[in-house]
Design a protein around this ligand. Sequence first.
Ligand SMILES: [Zn+2]
Length: 205
Amino acid sequence: MPMVSHLKHVVEGQLKAGQLRCLIPGCGGVLAPWWYGVERPLVLPGGVTERVRPRRAICGSCGTTRVLLPDTMLRRRQYGCEVIGAALVAAARGMPWTQVAAGIGVPFETVRSWLRRFSRRAELVRAWLLGLLDVLVDDPWLPAGQAGPMAGALNVLAALHAQMPVRWPVVASLSPWQLAARLSGGGLLSPAWPPGAINASSPVT
Ligand SMILES: [Zn+2]
């Protein structure tokens, strides 16, 4: 898929250019390529399944290795972030989850688990995104209030996506959901929230 290979290329390019930093608190070492993580399936919009082999990176200072997911993936999710994002958008607009699942061709229980996880933390995600908007955008404009917490969170994500590339051009090629995946370290729907601190000097790692 061109989309995935392009985005893998973004992470790969940043890694090889020494632009990615270690996330171990207080380390700050530069990450370098270090083999690959386990290959896994990724379901893209339209139901196409691709095999993805995420890159593994090693810190030049502390030697810690970590897997760098491409921006199309969320941790522990077999479906790509665009598929999951489409479901969240439809649900935020008030579509019943059974219809959402049928519409995107994903099993009901899977969609229900996404919606449950996201709706429970929607207020926290919204607050997290508002904080990022403040840190990563100069003089940000804020989106108007929305009826529900999910719609509110999605609105802030759209505002961040629209305004961030001025200061961080590398994110201009990302869709809103890829941006959310990247900023959350793939943890948008992970069991634990918050997903971890964002280093404001390099928000695109
Ligand atoms: Zn390190």
